[in-house]
Design a protein around this ligand. Structure first.
Ligand SMILES: C[S@@+](CC[C@H](N)C(=O)[O-])C[C@H]1O[C@@H](n2cnc3c(N)ncnc32)[C@H](O)[C@@H]1O
Length: 217
């Protein structure tokens, strides 16, 4: 898959996929979007738990994983992070994006490199398991507290927002589990509701009106 680096409005970098005419993050600010959707309205909502297990659909550059690792430094419990990625991103692209996101330590950056796929690594209270797999092959049941659903948008990759694929996230979560995504499309919210999620439409990151949180009740 051909991917090129571009700078976003907050100075952080993201990738553009010409074949899909789609970006990995919001061009209004990749870092701001990741922090708003996946940290503040994602893992931080579960800081009352003794430990937190996160499943990410679409690990990509690892920006969400890196921000979670940084967040975990002020959290006392263990954070386990499983990232699913069908098309691992080239080393130099990951390196550039993470550096621009504030990951200055080369050792920390190597944690998110292509070479780490298939391995379990630990740094302090952060346990990281990147998996080179298609979401369609994933089959977890009641194993996670949070799902970061960071697929390409419905215009570019409609199938990732189908009932079948969203149901994988529903099954992966335990009761009370939290699904978070930047996507606020009506049909996606209706699909999530039909699966049994309780939907919360929240203000979006800069440049986007809304985002979606869904709770497995
Ligand atoms: C919007 S980008 C995710 C950005 C990523 N979270 C980051 O911080 O860089 C979507 C990601 O999903 C991956 N992807 C696309 N189809 C997939 C599939 N069927 N299974 C797993 N990953 C997939 C893409 O390769 C891409 O890395």
């Amino acid at each position: 898959m051909n991917r090129t680096l571009i700078e976003t409005a907050d100075g952080s970098l993201t990738l553009f996929v010409p074949a899909l005419n789609e970006h990995f993050h919001s061009t209004h600010g990749a870092l701001q979007e990741a922090d708003h959707v996946f940290i503040q309205n994602g893992v931080a909502c579960k800081n009352h738990l003794d430990s937190i297990r996160i499943l990410e659909m679409g690990l990509g550059t690892g920006i969400n994983a890196f921000l979670t690792m940084a967040w975990a430094k002020s959290y006392l419990g263990m954070v386990t992070y499983v990232g699913i990625e069908a098309f691992p991103v080239e080393e130099f692209l990951i390196d550039s994006c993470l550096q621009a996101a504030g990951c200055e330590d080369p050792l920390e950056r190597s944690f998110f490199s292509q070479a780490s796929y298939g391995k379990t690594q630990e740094l302090g209270n952060f346990r990281f398991l990147p998996r080179n797999a298609k979401w369609e092959e994933v089959d977890y049941t009641h194993e996670f507290d949070v799902v970061f659903y960071d697929a390409f948008g419905p215009r570019a990759q409609e199938e990732m927002w189908s009932m079948d694929n969203l149901e994988r996230a529903y099954h992966a979560l335990g009761t009370g589990g939290l699904f978070t995504t930047y996507c606020a499309k009506g049909q996606v919210k209706r699909n999530l509701k039909a699966l049994g999620f309780e939907i919360r439409s929240l203000p979006g990151p800069p440049g986007k009106r809304e985002m979606t949180q869904a709770i497995k009740v």
